[in-house]
Design a protein around this ligand. Sequence first.
Ligand code: PMP
Length: 414
Amino acid sequence: MAAEPGILAPLDVERIRRDFPILSRQVRGRPLVYLDNGASAQRPRAVIEAERDYYERHHSNVHRGVHTLSQEATGLFEGAREKLRRFINAASTKEIVFVRGTTEAINLVSQAWGRPRLQPGDEIVITWLEHHANIVPWQQVCEQTGARLRVVPIDRRGVVDLDAYRAMLGPRTRMVAVAHVSNALGTVLPVREIVAMARERGIATLVDGAQAVPHQRVDVRDLGCDFYAFSGHKLFGPTGIGVLYGRERVLESMPPWQGGGDMILTVSFERTTYNTLPFRFEAGTPNIAGAIGLGVAVDYVESVGMERIARHEHDLLDYATSRLLTVPGLTIIGTAPEKASLVSFVLDGVHPHDLGTILDAEGVAIRTGHHCAMPVMDFFDVPATARASFAFYNTHAEIDALVRALGIAREMLG
Ligand code: PMP
């Protein structure tokens, strides 16, 4: 494992930026200021080269061939699985299922875990601040089984009401599925506590870690959850690859989700026997290059150091929050005391989409819209927000550029 650099050493952000080729490009004649990392982060050269090297030198299908290339591809693919296991401190590589991303991971759990065991009247608890990916799959399985969705409220800061949560846990609660970090508000949820309360009552738990793993160290055994889901592309890795962590005992108890190659041991027309974990949940040829690239992305962030990343991003969050509050007419949506490095806001009299367009003309990329969290927009009674989301390669100067561009937008539209 790469040595964790000294906790006190600050990040050399300029050096890090040179590892990300896209950060040196211009947009509309200006240096790119990329503040849309919550939607998808950028890749370091090491990840791009790992995928390229794989295709240029090692590509073949995995797990099936005795020839050299197939063995090399399998070695690289399974090596990536081990890197991911270590990254989140899972007990075994059997617990690391490669999927397309967070969305697919949650669909897998709702269908393979939920569908066979949920009964009419059973309850699934989520919170008000979930991404649609952690709402819709549960709604679908509720429709299929007669189970019911219960939603824990949030307050005006965007903090989940833990008393209401506790009160909601009852004899019919089967699953608690919550975000680790809200993509729309930045709220960091006390998932350890949330999971512990569910486990005491024998309730299964899933954590949507899409917005957490790029920003802080995650230890699934410390969290104690049954499932943890995340996407590679937000973690500086390729698109189309992600991880479902599942506790071995729980995965063992689940039937396969999709049928096909790789997930079987034997097939006859009378009967099929299923493969061992994690392959039982990986039907068909996987995204081999993606998994290898994600393994290299994990090596990269570990070489930078998750603690140093978290510290730098906290500094960015504090700086962005104080600078944005100097913009007249700007309101921050999501003011929880524990936040990850993103800021959602609205500007009086300016629709977020118009804002996004003007900022783009200044080279500043932010996200505007409902962020796939429409219930959050309804709660705050806004149609959409603008969201600046930071990664460890962002700088104070880029936040200054954002604030300058907001000033221009106000003059044009306000
Ligand atoms: N959950 C959260 C909290 C997210 O932010 C996202 C992506 N915006 C997702 C789930 C879905 O991730 P993906 O589109 O990579 O499956």
